[in-house]
Design a protein around this ligand. Structure first.
Ligand code: S3P
Length: 165
């Protein structure tokens, strides 16, 4: 089996779906945000605040480069901004089948409202932030994905079942 990479906007459900999918496939689950936090011994919000976004993006690329050499099969859930770097897009497609968990703007806003952990969504005007990031990223997700699954109105388990098919 090829690795599966779950890609999508913040709040698309990548981590929740990824954990369940890995369990259903009896393989390892890796979440890039969790892995970076563990390796750094600090939260993403602290990395952004202390070192800046570019340093975090370098950590993401560095992790992908290491993962491409892994011998084990895994389900990989990536941070929403990972595919913005062209270098990462090529790495992701090399690592596995890239599935875009596509979620509408309204649904994303519902899911992330009240979030305090994602640095790019803090400081008010949530709808404007989500709109401009989504506009900038939608075509990137489309061009990177091998497959696309709409998540609106679906429970994580339904998405897992779709992916298993
Ligand atoms: C980011 C998404 C976050 C995390 C960081 C930046 C982004 O991950 O990597 O806050 O640029 O979209 P999730 O997509 O898991 O929220």
């Amino acid at each position: 089996m090829k690795n599966i990479v779950l890609m999508g906007f913040m709040g698309a459900g990548k981590t929740t779906v990824g954990k369940r999918l890995a369990k259903a496939l009896s393989c390892e689950f890796i979440d890039t945000d969790e892995r970076i936090e563990k390796e750094q011994g600090r939260k993403i919000s602290d990395i952004f605040a202390e070192d800046g976004e570019q340093a975090f993006r370098d950590m993401e690329t560095d992790l992908l480069k290491r993962l491409q050499d892994s011998k084990d099969t895994f389900v990989l859930s990536i941070g929403g901004g990972m595919p913005v770097r062209e270098e990462n897009r090529a790495l992701l497609r090399k690592i596995g089948t890239v599935v875009y968990l596509k979620t509408s703007k309204d649904e994303i806003i519902r899911r992330v409202s009240g979030d305090t952990k994602r640095p790019l969504l803090q400081g008010g005007a949530l709808e404007e932030k989500v709109t401009s990031l989504m506009n900038a990223r939608e075509h990137i997700y489309m061009e990177t994905a091998h497959r696309e699954v709409v998540t609106d109105g679906k429970y994580p388990q339904q998405i897992v079942e779709e992916l298993m098919k």
